[in-house]
Design a protein around this ligand. Sequence first.
Ligand code: DGJ
Length: 537
Amino acid sequence: MRLFAVRLALFLVCTALAAQELPTIRIENGASQLLVHGKPFLALAGELGNSSSLTAAEADTILPHLAKMHFNTALMPVAWNEIEPAENQFDFSIPDHWIDMARQQRMHLVFLWFGSWKNAFSEYAPAWVLADTKRFPRAIGIDGRPLEILSTLGQQTAAADSKAYAALMAHLRQKDATEQTVLFIQVENEVGVLGLGGRDRSAEADKLFNEPVPTQLVSYLSSHRDALSPELAAHFHPGVGSGFGSWAQVFSDAADEIFMAWHYGLFVEQVVKAGKAAYPLPMYMNAQLPAPFETAGDYPSGGPHPLYQAAYRAAAPSIDFYAPDIYWPDFARWVNLYRFAGNPVFVPEARPDVAPWNALFTIGEARGFGFSPFGVDSLDDSATSPGHAISEAYANLADLSDNILAAQPQGKIRALVLNEHDFRPSQTVALGGYRFRAMLARTWPARELAATTGGMMVIETAPNEFLIAGSGLSVDFTRDPDTDRQIAGIASIEQLTFADGKWTTARVLNGDQSDQGRRLLMDGKEFHVYRVKLYVY
Ligand code: DGJ
């Protein structure tokens, strides 16, 4: 009895301590995990449109709609001009209402701090900032005219942005530190200079550009030379001896962009530090990615994309991670570039039309802690809308989340995505001693493609037993020749449903539905979870 009482007391103390732990992000054995109240949480998220969260009333329609579509997290703008319309007069009533409504819907939020910059420009800074170009100077374009972009060199701008952001975080600590509805924060949005020249051309910026590159940056890049991206390594020539050259001497034709990356990094570091001093949630930056054949200035020059991210790491050590907004093809390559740069994996913006399958890749193959297509508040759940496919995928991923979160750090999860335009007709992943080869599903007897994109996540749940989630693929199984030379066979394939915390068999697939026991034939369109048992002889 006494032992029981001691155990109970210990349990209660541990639970109370876990309740106090703030959300954190860790990388464990290559898996990125977000811990909420001390436990891993899978963010099945979506980002709201830019003009959808700046009134309180919109929360009342948008959040119930998203909850119904199985989103557990919404990424939503919180703008500087919304919370500090007049200097030093703060109003948090709109984000507060969103938090209350999210709690009602049992959802989480991620705030996007639209402060000094959003998509390069400064539209979300308050009018009292934008109108006072002496106190809050603008970046200057190559034609000598001010841009609609606040300068990174404005010391009063950095101080004012930091003050507003810190006020938001202090308020959030008060309102939310116990419940933790808000999980983490994006600071600014897709920063960088747009326009010819790709650099602030103000007199002050020109002066700094012609001075020696700061020692802090050169030392960081020199001591991380082996980890630099190929693009940065190719442009970094600090020379030997004492004293460094100017930006153009050290970085040649990448100098304008790296100069901007450094100065955005310094500015945002100040904002993040002030925010964390008030309430230390994880904080990240997102980036617009350079498209093929674009040069800096076609895309925001100096943003934290993976090519020059090391400059940010030197300037802004308080940022927890960088995250890609992926609208370009080649989704996997972009995710991997961020991952290999050492970032925890989270995709805050992505195309909704291929979101279900890219979610599988992000969570199952890159072992990320979440995924978030863009503009989800304008998606509906009708059969032909991308919203329907996302909703189906998220419902299944929510059911699978315990399996996923356990399998990620153990390396017992894989995923792949196939598209009709891919160079190769099949892709293979290996797990648990087997190879899983997938091709796009075809109809029978016409043998037409049943889907233009398909994807699967494979989770090893026991020896020879796998949960496979996805749609649009046919999958065959062989023994992994690196394990042994045995032959693999299918013992059973079941299509599952989840209720009351348990998987139950909805259908047993065999005969024509398993190509006579030789393949998993996934539904062409509808997302399902299958249990596949294999054997060897
Ligand atoms: C990327 C930005 O970060 C978003 O806020 C939004 O503007 C999308 N582009 C495109 O609509």
